[in-house]
Design a protein around this ligand. Structure first.
Ligand code: ARG
Length: 365
């Protein structure tokens, strides 16, 4: 009985996906009926089904289009899909990850991409990193060094035998394995971990801080869900919007906390909040990030341009007769939000599938 209802649900989800996907791909009613019937038979005999390459590709793109937190969705159709469902071992997964990083970085002209590994009903393997490029965080005698958001994962890596240099910007290894079992860890080759040194055109002292950030945001801990099938290992990347680094990673008090340092470099009076020294430092830190990426020839988008692109996305979606869902709190940029149109309108945070979802970490956090 349990099994029966589960299969019925899966058939429903699959049919719903195939209908939407195939209509978008311009396929006929007959093709839809044929494919749904085929999937039904497959679920009947195996309890699950496999996506065709085309379904996987369009499904992963739809998932980006449907992701309420992303301001960069205009480019959903450019997502490159690497089908690595054949990869069996941790080593094979790691090789695919290295290929993905090289493709994505592309000498600085960043290309959005996703690598899809086996579906979760076939393999419990997971990538343990939150992002494939991410800095370690250490507590050294009550003092925080590096990225506080990596504290728990860094401990995991150390327990596996990895040792960082103890700097503020140690790139973590890639950890792959079944949840609850001993995973394997791998060090990325140099050409697969591009970074950008951060400096400011008007304040050369900024560069002397040795602050940097990695070039490619590559989320590796979310699951991709398409037509009732879950892919627990489906790392994907876009390019950075400047504020992610300049207004959050480097600025948040519990991350790199650089606003006081920036204010000092700028010679600002930090004695009173009324001088708005934080705001001034914040803007210039963001200028530093954008200028440094541009100087290094690495793709990055400022929040005004990104908001405009998002408006374009909204227009196109409306024209296509699709509702744009969104999470307002995530879509507004953390710097000058009211200068973008997003701030001034409501968004419905409804979850439409295919989509990317959080999943339980494979290790205790
Ligand atoms: N906000 C995250 C970070 O700062 C990255 C999230 C994905 N960002 C992106 N532009 N695709 O690392």
């Amino acid at each position: 009985m349990e099994k029966l209802t589960e299969s019925t649900l899966l058939v429903e989800e699959a049919a719903h996906f195939i209908e939407t996907c195939y209509v978008e791909l311009g396929k006929s009613e007959q093709e839809i009926r044929r494919r749904v019937a085929e999937i039904e038979r497959e679920i009947d005999s195996t309890g699950s089904y496999l996506h065709t390459k085309e379904e996987l590709q369009h499904g992963a793109r739809m998932a980006w289009r449907n992701n309420n937190r992303c301001i960069g969705r205009l480019f959903w159709q450019t997502l490159e899909i690497f089908d690595e469902r054949e990869a069996e071992t941790e080593e094979q997964v790691f090789s695919a990850i290295v290929r993905h990083l090289r493709f994505a970085f592309n000498g600085g002209q960043i290309r959005p991409a996703i690598t899809v590994f086996k579906q979760s009903d076939q393999s419990g393997m997971r990538i343990w990193n939150h992002q494939l490029l991410r800095y370690a965080g250490y507590e050294q005698g009550g003092r925080l060094v590096g990225d506080s958001s990596s504290l728990a994962f860094t401990k995991q890596c150390e327990a596996l035998g990895w040792r960082g240099a103890g700097s503020g910007f140690d790139l973590l290894p890639v950890v792959i394995g079944e949840a609850g079992k001993q995973p394997k860890w791998f060090e990325l080759p140099d050409d697969a971990k591009p970074e950008v040194a951060i400096g400011h055109p008007d304040w050369p002292e900024m560069a002397e801080l040795g602050v940097k950030w990695y070039a490619v945001p590559l989320i590796s801990d979310m699951k991709l869900e398409i037509g009732g099938i879950e892919y627990g290992m489906a790392p994907f990347n876009g390019w950075y919007m400047g504020t992610e680094i300049g207004a959050r990673n480097l600025a948040d008090e519990d991350r790199y906390d650089l606003l006081p340092t920036m204010a000092k470099i700028m010679g600002l009076d930090t004695g009173s909040q009324r001088t708005l020294w934080k705001d001034k430092a914040l803007v210039e830190l963001n200028v530093a990030v954008l200028e440094s990426f541009a100087e290094a020839g690495v793709t990055i988008v400022d929040h005004h341009t990104a908001a405009k692109q998002f408006r374009n996305f909204e227009k196109i979606e409306e024209r296509e007769g699709r509702k744009v869902t969104g999470n307002w709190a995530w879509l507004i940029p953390p710097v000058s939000p009211a200068t973008t149109h997003i701030f001034h309108k409501p968004y419905k945070n409804d979850v439409v599938k295919p989509n990317y979802f959080y999943q339980q970490a494979p290790y205790g956090e």
